[in-house]
Design a protein around this ligand. Structure first.
Ligand SMILES: Nc1nc2c(ncn2[C@@H]2O[C@H](COP(=O)(O)OP(=O)(O)OP(=O)(O)O)[C@@H](O)[C@H]2O)c(=O)[nH]1
Length: 922
């Protein structure tokens, strides 16, 4: 049952809706009206409270449910009073009527003196009326009156008896409570004060019906006396022997002492104990209610407080976790929302199908099926690449985040101020070709050696350390921006200062500018070494002047760059340069924590025949020692030996120190980060996962950069360089293109011409393009041999142009994602010229063999000789034997004439093509 209305419950107890509502409210149960629905609990509570005080009484042969409370008892007394008054009035009236009847009957009795016994008997009962009808009426009225009176008397007696019993029981309750409440009170001679014993009213009541009219008087007076006595007694007993009277008898009689709850003898009392039970129950109810309220209040307070505390703690923990995740996400360069979203499942990079299924709690078959639908047939133990992981998850409506091993093992170093110790600067030398980078490094090393390392012969390990007084400077041996960029591309930020070498006789050159750009991109300060000042044409000021254009401004001119004029060849001012580098280092306040597990970058690595994989590492933090377990890229191992740039075995390498490391499992790559692990297993795991990832990346790399997706890739940050292989019919085109690129803004994407040459596009070009993810640009050249097929296979983008302008425009557009719709030249057929015929008035006709496809009469054609397009135009004629035809298919011979081109040669190819506009997909 869902609930019950107040009125329904009232009906159950024989109470009016109003009464029931009052009771419900008294119990502290909120109910607005009689129609309010009570919950099951509330109904149970009300029943428990009311049932003990509900008593079945029999009245006039009918069963009736009566609920009695103290108030009702008083009401009953009041009614008894009223009844007594009414009865007195009735008695009076009856007496008057009797007198009247006697007066009327007097003549009749004289006339029938000799009447029968029946008549006498009749005369005794109803008075004889004056007329036969009036007599009968009087008799009927009399009989009715008597019956009514009798019923009233019975009712009054019953009420009086009930009231008397109630009083007696109340008294018994009082006595019982007094007894239970302690010896002192029970010792009071209360009984002696009582005018009548407890049981007295009952026999009185029992006698009542036997008596006449006055027996009610007597009974009621007894009740009254009893009431008064109880009132007085109750009031007197209250102060517990103090002798004080209660303020009012009603108050005294209506209250109970605390602490007296259960009166077992009364509990057993049956119907007669109604009053007592009621009193006890009311008290119990009140006490229980108060206690329950109190308990509930305490519990609520505790719960709220506890809940509050718990909630606060939970909230704090969650906030901390959120902050930590956010910080981590920012550190790792990922979207924090992915880390914070609980529904995102983290899948390690290169996870197998089985692992993926496990992580997503789905059946492996389901994954395999979806992979199959996506065109990838993978088995349980095969790895999924990032894209597949995301695709399949997306397909399943799940959110995943591919976690790279790097990310998994990413550590955030926090060194306190006192742990940081000054460290030497790490310097890279950059500059234009032949401006003297190598010479300068040699000069510096010589100077350094001369200054500190007696007899030391610097061996090439990728970096060298020079000593200047008590200080050291570490130089990265590989000069030029290629190595610097390659390192940077791998995330290696090893250089603190760049020494920009500018030949004083040559001035600022393209690679000088590139070097400036790289330095700026890496946010590394530049110290300018104006070299070759020994040369006759040297003009250091011109160099200064030119560099200002690129915001490299000498300090003496108010700029931020220190300039030193040197001669690497003559070893002039090398000391000054070193001092200046140290000054710049001072400005940078370079510091590192040497007391930690070592980490840094690989500067160089190679496979030594005798020593196995050898890596030169630059320690950036901590101290590297032999025996350390390190991971460098996909390589890991225990450091078997540490060798310094002088070839000496050392037992530690501190921050900014280069050292050769022996003992690695494989050869790492320059720019790889290295890290010492406490646990060799972790090291192996990270290395293995990285190796796996590399293999997957290699698979992915099949799609090389193309102009179409160039912008997308730049946007995604996947590429920062656009590598080009330029093939042209003449050298001039290449030079013109190179010049044009140099003028282009290369701040977003740097354009590198990886390779350039005159001639058709060869398979070697395609291989090189695939290796360097380059785009092949051809000016008036065509792919030769199998180059085209290979390019298709390797997904190398080949772009063919006729003029430089077209190429520049398209590259520029591609960089900003504004490539116009692609006009694709779709090859139709290729014909080989095998013979030549001179036809009068028509010109040269080429006897051809269709080697590929199907060429149409209206196709555009180009004449290609040694991979170079020698002519482009349309066909003048297409014939098979003597007939003009619309098309010729592969395997057939035909005669082709080219409009406006007579210079056809045997060995040329005539390529047919059509132009088609293709919607861009990006
Ligand atoms: N007169 C003079 N010649 C110098 C000086 N420094 C270098 N050279 C010469 O310039 C030429 C190029 O020097 P390198 O040190 O090889 O220049 P680089 O920048 O390393 O050249 P790449 O490695 O090709 O980029 C050599 O012939 C040097 O001898 C100098 O201070 N004075």
């Amino acid at each position: 049952m869902a609930g019950m209305r107040v009125q329904e419950l009232g009906r159950e107890f024989g109470l009016s809706s109003k009464d029931m509502l009052g009771r419900v409210r008294e119990m502290g149960i909120p109910a607005k009206s009689h129609a309010s629905v009570l919950t099951e609990d509330q109904v149970r509570q009300i029943r428990e409270a009311l049932e003990p005080v509900v008593k079945e009484v029999v009245e006039n042969g009918e069963q009736k449910t009566v609920v009695v409370t103290e108030k009702e008892a008083e009401e009953q007394k009041r009614q008894a009073e009223e009844e007594r008054a009414r009865r007195e009035a009735v008695e009076k009236e009856r007496a008057a009527r009797e007198a009247e009847r006697a007066r009327r009957a007097a003549p009749a009795s004289a006339a029938s003196a000799a009447g029968t016994a029946d008549e006498r008997a009749a005369a005794k009962t109803p008075p004889t009326p004056s007329s036969p009808f009036s007599g009968l009426e009087a008799q009927i009225a009399d009989a009715a009156e008597r019956a009514r009176r009798k019923a009233e008397e019975d009712r009054a007696r019953a009420r009086a008896a009930a009231a008397a019993q109630a009083v007696a029981k109340k008294q018994a309750v009082e006595a019982a409570l007094r007894e239970r409440s302690g010896g002192k009170k029970s010792a009071r001679p209360a009984a002696a004060e009582r005018p009548a014993p407890v049981a007295a009213p009952a026999p009185t009541a029992g006698r009542a019906p036997a008596g006449g009219g006055n027996r009610f008087e007597s009974l009621l007076s007894q009740i009254e006396a009893e009431k008064k006595r109880i009132s007085e007694q109750g009031g007197a007993s209250k102060p517990a022997g103090a002798g004080r009277r209660a303020a009012s008898p009603a108050a005294a009689s209506g209250k109970r002492r605390r602490g007296d709850q259960v009166v077992p003898e009364l509990e057993r009392g049956g119907e007669d104990d109604r009053y007592a039970r009621m009193a006890v129950q009311v008290e119990e109810l009140q006490r229980d209610k108060v206690l329950a309220d109190a308990r509930a209040a305490v519990a609520a307070a505790n719960t709220h407080e506890g809940e509050g505390r718990r909630r606060k703690r939970k909230e704090k923990r969650q906030a901390q976790q959120r902050e930590r995740l956010e910080a981590e996400a920012i550190q790792k360069g990922i979207d924090p929302s992915l880390l914070l979203d609980d529904s995102v499942v983290e899948v390690p990079q290169g996870a197998t199908v089985q692992k993926f299924a496990e992580l997503l709690a789905v059946g492996p078959n389901e994954v395999i099926k979806r992979l199959f639908m996506l065109g990838n047939v993978l088995t349980l133990t095969q790895s999924m690449n990032d894209e597949l992981i995301e695709l399949v998850a997306d397909d399943m409506g799940r959110k995943v985040r591919v976690v790279s091993p790097e990310e998994e093992f990413t550590v955030v170093y926090h060194d306190s101020d006192d742990e940081l110790k000054p460290r030497p600067p790490v310097v890279t030398v950059m500059g234009h070709v032949d401006h003297g980078k190598t010479s300068l490094l040699d000069a510096i090393r010589d100077t350094g050696v001369a200054a500190g390392e007696a007899g030391g012969i610097t061996q090439h390990i990728g970096a060298s350390v020079v000593t200047v007084g008590s200080r050291k400077i570490t130089f990265i041996d590989t000069p030029g921006h290629e190595a610097f960029t390659a390192m940077r591309a791998r995330g290696a930020q090893v250089t603190d200062i760049i020494v920009l070498v500018v030949a004083a006789d040559d001035g600022v050159m393209p690679q000088t500018i590139e070097a400036i750009n790289h330095a700026r991109a890496a946010n590394v300060p530049i110290v300018v070494a104006v070299n070759k000042i020994d040369k006759p044409g040297a003009n250091a000021d011109r160099v200064r002047q030119e560099l200002t254009t690129y915001e490299v401004v000498p300090e003496e001119w108010g700029g931020a760059n220190m300039f030193v004029e040197v001669s690497a060849k003559k070893r002039l001012h090398i000391d000054d340069l070193l001092e200046t580098i140290l000054l710049q280092a001072d400005v940078l306040e370079l510091r590192a924590n040497p007391d930690a597990l070592a980490s840094g970058f690989v500067i160089e690595a190679n496979l030594d025949k005798g020593r196995g994989p050898v890596a030169t590492v630059l320690v950036q933090r901590g101290t590297l020692k032999p025996g350390d377990v390190l991971v460098a890229g996909t390589s890991y191992g225990r450091v078997r030996a540490l060798i310094d740039p002088h070839g000496a075995h050392i037992d530690s390498a501190i921050p900014a120190s280069p050292a050769e490391v022996l003992g690695l499992s494989s050869v790492p790559v320059a720019g790889d980060e290295f890290r010492v692990f406490e646990d060799e297993r972790d090291a192996r795991r990270l290395a293995e996962e990285r190796a796996l990832r590399e293999r997957l990346t290699a698979q992915d790399a099949k799609t090389h950069t193309s102009l179409t997706d160039l912008f997308g890739r730049i946007e995604e940050g996947k590429i920062a360089d656009l590598n080009l292989i330029v093939k042209a019919d003449v050298q001039g085109s290449i030079e013109a293109l190179r010049g044009a690129f140099e003028k282009m803004d290369q701040s977003e994407v740097r354009i590198n011409i990886v390779h350039s040459a005159v001639g058709g596009i060869t398979e070697t070009d395609v291989t090189l393009a695939a290796a360097s993810s380059a785009i092949i640009i051809g000016f008036n050249v065509r792919p030769m041999g199998k180059a085209k097929q290979q390019a298709e296979k390797e997904k190398v983008d080949i772009r063919l142009y006729r003029v430089i302008y077209e190429a520049l425009e398209e590259i520029n557009a591609a960089r900003v994602g504004l490539l116009s719709p692609d006009i694709v030249e779709e090859d139709t057929g290729i014909a080989e010229v095998r013979d030549l015929f001179k036809v009068p008035k028509v010109g040269t006709i080429a006897g051809c063999y269709l080697v590929e496809g199907e060429m149409g009469r209206d196709d555009l054609v180009r004449v290609v000789r040694d991979g170079t397009v020698v002519f482009e135009g349309t066909l003048a004629s297409m014939r098979r034997f003597k007939d003009d035809v619309k098309s010729v298919r592969a395997g057939y011979e035909c005669g082709l004439g080219v409009n406006g081109f007579q210079d056809l040669k045997v060995g040329d190819t005539i390529e047919g093509y059509v132009k088609k506009e293709v919607e861009r997909t990006e």
